[in-house]
Design a protein around this ligand. Structure first.
Ligand SMILES: O=C(O)CCC(=O)C(=O)O
Ligand SMILES: [Fe+2]
Length: 204
């Protein structure tokens, strides 16, 4: 008989052309998901960054933080972020994500979507620090928000909507960032906070 427990731990590939995206539900964590959310909200040094849109400066519609190995920097949407050193909790999450993905990471980018009005614009994770075909593992706690993917070239492919529940790991690899953009829209339905962590490898 197949071991149900190990079956649960498998990534499921999404059927997307020109991409390598897979999902694992309910990654095991040292605390319950609501406790993980609380700890991540309370213990992260969140930053309110600004963005310039058509010459006007706005607050980014979410809070962010970057933790990484010493000596790494990350230029992201015109902002040069200096990472903080790993906390015990972030290191433990990283270890578990590395275990189930068979990849290694040296940085984590955190986003706090405070409520349904917070969002992330469509983008590809294609900064030069990430290398040609980056492996990015995204972990979610808190409210379920819809991760939307849009093909950059095949306009006839409708957007793909992926609800990311607490405990979900979304893994993007291969040519995904070359061919697809992704984002989180704000939504009308009120919801509580969501923390998303994207584990990455910074080459520089
Ligand atoms: O919040 C999410 O699920 C997406 C985060 C993301 O795309 C990023 O940090 O680059
Ligand atoms: Fe992204």
């Amino acid at each position: 008989m197949r071991d149900l427990f190990s079956l649960d731990r498998q990534f499921e590939a999404l059927d997307l052309p020109d991409a390598d995206v897979s999902i694992l539900h309910q990654i095991e964590m040292p605390l319950s998901y609501p406790e993980m959310l609380r700890r991540l909200i309370d213990d992260t040094k969140w930053r309110q960054e600004q963005v310039r849109v058509y010459g006007k400066v706005h607050d980014q519609p979410r809070l962010v933080a970057l933790y990484a190995d010493k000596g790494k920097t990350y230029d992201y949407s015109g902002i040069s972020l200096h990472p903080l050193p790993w906390t015990d909790l972030l290191r433990e999450i990283k270890r578990r994500v590395e275990d189930c993905t068979d990849a290694t990471f040296n940085a984590v980018f955190l986003n706090l979507y405070r409520d349904h009005n917070d969002s992330m614009g469509f983008h590809s994770d294609n900064e030069k620090e990430l290398g040609k075909n980056p492996i990015i593992a995204s972990v979610t706690f808190g409210a379920t928000r819809t991760f939307v993917m849009k093909h950059k070239f095949a306009k006839e492919i409708p957007p793909v909507k992926i609800p990311l529940e607490a405990g979900t790991v979304l893994l993007m690899k291969g040519s995904t960032q070359h061919n697809w953009k992704h984002g989180i829209n704000k939504q009308t339905r009120p919801c509580g906070p969501r923390v998303n962590l994207t584990f990455r490898t910074l080459l520089s």
